[in-house]
Design a protein around this ligand. Structure first.
Ligand SMILES: *[C@@H]1O[C@H](CO)[C@@H](O)[C@H](O)[C@H]1NC(C)=O
Ligand SMILES: *[C@@H]1O[C@H](CO)[C@@H](O)[C@H](O)[C@H]1NC(C)=O
Ligand SMILES: *[C@@H]1O[C@H](CO)[C@@H](O)[C@H](O)[C@H]1NC(C)=O
Ligand SMILES: *[C@@H]1O[C@H](CO)[C@@H](O)[C@H](O)[C@H]1NC(C)=O
Ligand SMILES: *[C@@H]1O[C@H](CO)[C@@H](O)[C@H](O)[C@H]1NC(C)=O
Length: 247
């Protein structure tokens, strides 16, 4: 994060004119505004997204601080813009989403399955903006033209491989890697498979204030953005501060 990487302008010519400087300042403030807008992105209740998968060891406590028992049920990390924080917990922590697989456009030919299975996941982790699937910002969507990516914890005993449509005779493999999906926010209770297991709902209490994972998110127990409440701005924001300082 911050001053050593990215878009700092250390090589800016010294002879740059005042007009250019003013223009730069204006565009920088606009970028900062965009970065802040991005930080406050509200996840629409329904929409399209992409879905990848990642290894989350069973019983691990991921970024939200949801209990390790949650990993025995379907969970996912969500792209940083939708997670709403760059670190620890964010407003999407604990929210349950019904994900429906639509197609796998990266395979050749693109795979359009006969069935469109759905799974309800609970968000327990951050998919950081370091991969092309999770680094979308408003106006800069990911390769499937979506802002949101769900990174499903898979393989997992909670998600059988038979959940995924496949056609081995045509493709020769079963894992399509990235799916184009639709999603809908749902209540965790009773839709999430872990909702009737109290140990799987909620935060790890002995971690105190550093975690936030409501068992079921309602309008008045949404997690705040850890990045904002601890004055850790999104990385774009720091880049802009650094650029401003350099100029
Ligand atoms: C996301 O990452 C990809 C690959 O590193 C890059 O090409 C793309 O410009 C990045 N997108 C944004 C919005 O930063
Ligand atoms: C993803 O699916 C939606 C809905 O079927 C479609 O509009 C969109 O073009 C698809 N995206 C890709 C990259 O195939
Ligand atoms: C698999 O693909 C082949 C060739 O396109 C097709 O004939 C067959 O019906 C497909 N099977 C399934 C289960 O989709
Ligand atoms: C999930 O979405 C699918 C497809 O729209 C729907 O058939 C199913 O009932 C939904 N499940 C829940 C729990 O909302
Ligand atoms: C949260 O909202 C619910 C329903 O509106 C209400 O019953 C409950 O008392 C509220 N809880 C707090 C802590 O404000």
């Amino acid at each position: 994060m911050a001053c050593t990487q990215g878009r700092t302008l250390h090589s800016l010519p010294c002879a740059i004119s005042m007009t250019s400087r003013l223009f730069l300042w204006l565009s920088l403030w606009f970028s900062m505004y965009s970065a802040l807008v991005a930080a406050y992105y509200q996840v629409p209740p329904t929409g399209y997204a992409s879905m990848t998968h990642y290894d989350l060891p069973l019983n691990d406590i991921a970024a939200c601080g949801c209990t390790g028992a949650s990993t025995h049920f379907p969970t996912a990390a969500i792209a940083q813009i939708a997670y709403g924080s760059t670190d620890q917990y964010g407003p999407s922590c604990g929210v349950c989403f019904n994900l429906t697989l639509l197609n796998a456009p990266l395979s050749n030919p693109p795979f359009f399955p006969d069935t469109n299975p759905s799974i309800v996941v609970k968000v327990t982790d951050l998919c950081p903006a370091i991969s092309e699937w999770c680094n979308a910002t408003v106006g800069h969507p990911n390769p499937f033209e979506h802002l949101i990516n769900f990174d499903l914890a898979y393989p997992s005993p909670a998600v059988p491989s038979s959940f995924f449509p496949q056609n081995v005779s045509e493709y020769g493999y079963t894992d399509f890697g990235v799916w184009n999906i639709s999603y809908e926010i749902v209540t965790c209770t009773p839709n999430w498979a872990g909702s009737s297991t109290p140990a799987a709902m909620g935060s790890v209490t002995n971690l105190g204030d550093s975690v936030c994972c409501p068992g079921d998110v309602t309008s008045n127990n949404t997690c705040p953005s850890f990045s904002e409440s601890s004055n850790t701005a999104p990385s774009d924001y720091w880049d802009i501060i650094c650029i401003t300082f350099v100029i």
